[in-house]
Design a binder for this molecule. Sequence first.
Ligand SMILES: [Zn+2]
Ligand SMILES: [Zn+2]
Length: 169
Amino acid sequence: MRPSPPPDLADLYRSLNSVHFDGALPKCQLLWNPRLRTTAGRIDVRRRVIEISVAYHQSFGPGEVRDTLLHEMIHLDQHRRKVRVGHTPEMKRIARRLGLRKMFARDVPGRPSPRYRYQCPACSRKVLRRIRIGRNRSACAQCCNRHNGGRWHRRFVLVPVKSDRRRRT
Ligand SMILES: [Zn+2]
Ligand SMILES: [Zn+2]
């Protein structure tokens, strides 16, 4: 499958602005960022700059880019209305109303840092993983070595700290 060409961000911005915000959002600088991988998109509401990840588009296509841009535009609208800019309950309501399928973006492949955090219940050492580790599988190697002769023990099975979903900022 050939990757679809990147959408024209200015066109997309104009149409989302008129459909969802009655054209109330100010002019904004829109940039494709070829290095951005930690998040799908981000906004500087004061400087009015929105950046969208090229890698995100390549991985997930124009529908996800549209959602990302709309997400950032909701932040710009929060700034315009002088309400708190963030993932507030109000923003979640607006996002649902505007048909944003989900609040948070997906991980860009090759994203530098791992997304799953685990912790050893015995020594509290933190472990980061890019993929979810199975339940009751991995145990803290240090504790197994130190306290159980290097063999796996249930007592040292890593527990998830909390889901660390990446979000659009
Ligand atoms: Zn441990
Ligand atoms: Zn956000």
